[in-house]
Design a protein around this ligand. Structure first.
Ligand code: DX5
Ligand code: ZN
Length: 224
């Protein structure tokens, strides 16, 4: 396992109290978050609608932290310039045909905008679907639930794709992060980390924890 990649904890604002957005962001940062994860949903690619570039910009203007933007939308290529302008530090797009874009071109546009580029795959999508793009990404997001909603159960069967990604990365001497998203909590995080995930996205288990500092520390302890 490539453990020289840092362990990064990224609370997902989907599970925050949006009526207290500024407080929720600073609570996450104070509790030890490395990144904030922002889930953009359009009601087409996934069956839920969340928020857009203006929300990302508000978070950017009121906080000094790396913003990890996860686009669960159709035609992400059309919207990338707006998320770049909003202050995203990483933009992740989906590889599935339903996202309706030229994946290589979109990844290129993200990087040309001075941003890190991520590629995501759903639980039903095989690892082979992302292989052609792995030398042009900074992050591979292996979805551990079917995207669209917070609070779902972690799907252990997705771990074989992390194994495949770790092997591929070693063979080709690449350095992309491996991120997991969905159902990550004290009882599942160890599994994801032991397979090789180093970026841990969690909404419910962090924002709804009695003490977020303790919950984030539990994630970090999986490495020690
Ligand atoms: C799911 C989103 C996730 C979501 C995770 O579609 O991509 O980022 O916020 O939520 P939890 O951690 O509650 O499963
Ligand atoms: Zn997400």
């Amino acid at each position: 396992m490539n453990t020289d990649l840092p362990l990064i904890v990224a609370p997902s604002l989907l599970a925050a109290d949006w009526s207290q957005l500024e407080k929720e962001c600073s609570r996450a940062i104070r509790s030890g978050a490395d990144w904030l994860h922002l889930d953009i949903m359009d009601g087409h690619f996934v069956d839920n609608i969340s928020f857009g570039p203006q929300f990302v910009q508000t978070v950017h203007e009121t906080n000094d932290i790396f913003l990890d933007v996860h686009l669960m939308i159709e035609r992400p290529d059309h919207y990338v310039p707006r998320f770049l302008a909003a202050g995203a530090h990483n933009i992740t797009v989906h590889v599935e045909a339903e996202a309706r874009h030229d994946v290589a071109a979109t990844l290129g546009a993200i990087r040309a905008g001075g941003c890190k580029a991520g590629l995501a795959l759903n639980p039903a999508t095989p690892f082979a679907a992302v292989e052609a793009f792995l030398d042009s990404i900074d992050l591979l997001l292996v979805m551990t639930v079917v995207p669209g909603f917070g609070g779902q159960a972690f799907m252990t069967e997705t771990m074989s794709k992390i194994d495949a990604a770790v092997q591929y990365r070693e063979r080709r001497n690449l350095r992309f992060h491996i991120e997991v998203d969905g159902g990550i909590a004290a009882d599942t995080v160890g599994t994801a980390v032991s397979h090789g995930a180093n970026v841990l996205v969690a909404g419910t288990s962090l924002f709804k924890a009695p003490d977020m500092t303790v919950a984030i520390q539990q994630f970090r302890d999986t490495r020690s």
